[in-house]
Design a protein around this ligand. Structure first.
Ligand code: GLN
Length: 489
């Protein structure tokens, strides 16, 4: 949590008690945007006028106790459909696409009283780890403007670190909430697959995608999760497991007594930068002091996680992205003279290099003759990884590991080496393959670079309550992060 930062939970109390006006809250976010956005470029669209109009309307109506996010300005990753607001997915092909409907999660946020302040930048179709694959603009890390904010939800992470809104929604297919949260020093929660409806979330890897909150503190994460979770008849993979009150749950646990935290050997023994290792080991000491017990656990198949993830994610992407044919959505090349030519020209021009690479590899791994060698094998590995996690929870209640082996890297450092870029996801992708929840929490800053380091808790299916409780206790035991130096006046 940032020192002195306005949080969603404290603000909503002030709003409900009429100690502050919605228009003042929105104005202070807009002021922060005005100051920081020229430096970090986290937002693709800012709804200044609409948000202020809405704020005045809410002020006129007065607080509503039944709307838990009443008057709270939020931003949404641009892969999530917002009615009447362009939703580009960071791609040229959807640059002119404005959805006629809200994603279920957006509808729920609005019903709860949230104000949609803007849409955040991202890697094109959420494919990437640095937000450099956005076809529309480059977002910079608020802690060091020569570095990436992480990705693919880099816009949301950078925006939160710059206090541009009180909460943001990102998506995590292989780490895209947790990794940028770690690089920018914010809290990022990837819920269990099926916890949050995917209706209105533009599909990348449908069996892996999950939306979740990116916030400045754990309480705010719980408050948002309360609203966006739950069954939705418009998404057949959404779960009807009851939604507990995540915010209330935070008060139910005062320490970590009797909590067994598993440390996956395969993650902790992996090569990582000394500053990340030091910060994460420090967290382990803090956890022990809070009463937890740590136990070594094995996840023997996660070493194949990155490979299996990229095969499955690309296979699903190649199928999901077939719909961008120049006929139904967005951009269409006007020069083509016949249908095939139109498809080819449209897709070659309006989809970026990484997206085209993934469509090609995805098509290849699904093709007759290669399916058994690649896709089927990856699916088998996925099952084994899932079993590894299930087994690990026989000897512990949750797992803990670093989020990324290093702090934010430099702009341009990995763009020409896709394999190196893929390897940044080494600690995150397996959790998506297993469909389980994870939360990334700031663990302090690195000794050498001074950049934020993240630590993640991973839990059993629908174990968000426990993850949030543990994260909350850890957060209170760690010193708060200062506001990013690069943005200080
Ligand atoms: N970095 C991973 C990828 O490029 C994860 C992306 C994501 O979670 N959306 O696929």
């Amino acid at each position: 949590m940032y020192q002195d930062a306005r949080t969603l939970c404290t603000t909503r109390q002030q709003l409900q008690k009429k100690e502050i006006k919605v228009s003042e809250v929105v104005q202070s976010c807009l002021d922060n945007i005005g100051k920081t956005e020229p430096l970090i470029r986290a937002m693709l669209r800012i709804r200044e006028q609409e948000a202020m109009d809405m704020a005045r309307e809410l002020d006129r109506q007065g607080p509503d106790k039944d709307r838990p996010l009443w008057g709270i300005p939020m931003t949404i990753k641009d892969v999530i459909c917002t009615r009447g607001i362009p939703t580009t997915c960071g791609s040229r092909i959807l640059e002119s696409f404005t959805p006629g409907y809200d994603a279920t999660l957006v509808q729920r946020l609005k019903q709860a009283g949230a104000i949609i302040l803007g849409k955040t930048n991202m890697d094109e179709f959420a494919m990437g780890s640095s937000t450099e694959n956005s076809a529309l603009q480059k977002t910079l890390n608020p802690w060091d403007l020569s570095r990436v904010p992480g990705g693919s939800s880099g816009g949301s992470a950078a925006s939160m670190a710059a206090a541009q809104s009180l909460g943001s929604i990102g998506t995590d297919t292989g780490g895209s909430i947790r990794q940028p949260a770690s690089f920018c020093g914010v809290v990022g929660m990837k819920p269990t697959y099926g916890r949050v409806s995917r209706y209105g979330l533009v599909a990348f890897g449908s069996s892996l995608d999950q939306a979740g909150p990116m916030t400045s503190c754990v309480q705010d994460s719980a408050a948002i999760l309360n609203i966006i979770s739950g069954h939705d008849h418009l998404d057949s993979t959404s779960s009807s497991t009851p939604v507990p009150d995540y915010l209330r749950a935070l008060d139910k646990r005062k320490d970590l007594q009797n909590l067994r935290i598993g440390l996956p050997r395969q993650y902790w023994e992996e090569k990582m930068s000394p500053e990340v290792e030091a910060a994460c080991k420090k967290v382990l000491e803090t956890l022990l002091e809070a009463g937890a017990e740590t136990v070594p656990v094995d996840l023997p198949h996660v070493q194949h996680g990155v490979a299996a993830y990229y095969i499955i994610a690309m296979a699903e992407a190649s199928s999901n992205l077939a719909r961008y044919d120049g006929v139904r959505y967005g951009y269409r090349d006007q020069k083509a003279r016949e249908l095939m030519d139109m498809y080819r020209r449209t897709r070659s021009r309006a989809l970026g290099e990484e997206v085209q690479r993934r469509i090609m590899i995805g098509t290849y791994v699904l093709s007759a003759g290669y399916y058994d060698a690649y896709f089927k094998k990856a699916a088998q590995i996925r099952r084994l990884i899932h079993q590894d996690f299930i087994k690990s929870f026989e000897s512990c209640d949750l797992l803990c590991s670093p989020v990324v082996p290093f702090t934010a890297f430099g702009l341009g450092e990995n763009v020409d080496d896709p394999l190196q870029m893929y390897l940044t996801d080494i600690f995150t992708t397996s959790l998506n393959l297993a469909g389980l929840p994870g939360i990334s929490i700031p663990a302090g800053t690195g000794k050498e670079t001074g950049l934020p380091v993240g630590i993640q808790f991973m839990g059993p299916a629908f174990g968000e309550e426990l993850l949030l409780q543990a994260a909350y206790i850890l957060e209170q035991s760690l010193p708060p992060l200062p506001f990013p130096a690069a943005l200080r006046e």
